[in-house]
Unconditional design. Sequence first.
Length: 281
Amino acid sequence: MQIIRDRAALRAAVRGLRGDGGTIALVPTMGALHAGHMALIAEARRRTRHVVASIFVNPIQFGPNEDLAAYPRREASDAKMLDEAGCDMVWAPDVAEMYPPGFATAITVRGVSDGLDGAARPGHFDGVATVVGKLLNQVAPDVALFGEKDYQQLAVIRRMVADLDIAVEIVGVPTERDDDGLALSSRNAYFDPAQRIAARAMPRALGEAAESIARGDSVSAALALARRRLTEAGFAPIDYVTVCDAKTLVEVDEVRDEARLLVAARLGPVRLIDNLRLLPR
Ligand code: PAF
């Protein structure tokens, strides 16, 4: 498996992969890989002949008080996991290669970026859209795969790809969870053992709220219950617990079309996000 660090070498390597007429999937990551990323690679392998993963901790999607410096970086073990999973190539540019001196362009996806994490983390989705736009141009894959755990990110990327006529199929892959239900995330590594146990309350609260809505309780009652459960478990602040239309992410107070129950809340050092699909009764 090749590890490529500059754009000229990437272009040549992608031409090489394309040479056999096979299709290419891209799995963009920031490294610190876990089973959630490996599920993306496995799904990519089912869909295309070649799989390229990118590893790039994207500074422009972190706010000034976020964990850019502390974000786990373990390229050697990531590369080993990707190699064993059958990935063909890793695109791992440094910051100067991705954003050379004079870089001045940003992609803003209005609407779907504005609420939820977009409100809690100003500028975050501009950073995500800009880097994903660049990655899609650099690798020019047939398919690109993203986890549904970052559901708003997936919606922003789908909107950007449609709006900018980027010729790629975007695939959302269901969230991988630990045995106790906690969604896998590179940031779970920041928890101490007691916090890690308390974190289970988030998937439980979501599950309980989703069941309550499915039984016919009102969305507002279900959300109040989820908020109470999170507070009891020590989550603070709760940035949002809400139900939104699955595509536009506009808040709804009834589930008439496919919707998403979304939550973001802090527990100790980690701001956790999670979401579940809701279907009309
Ligand atoms: O989900 C992530 O790991 C990142 O936001 C992404 C899509 C790789 C862009 O930096």
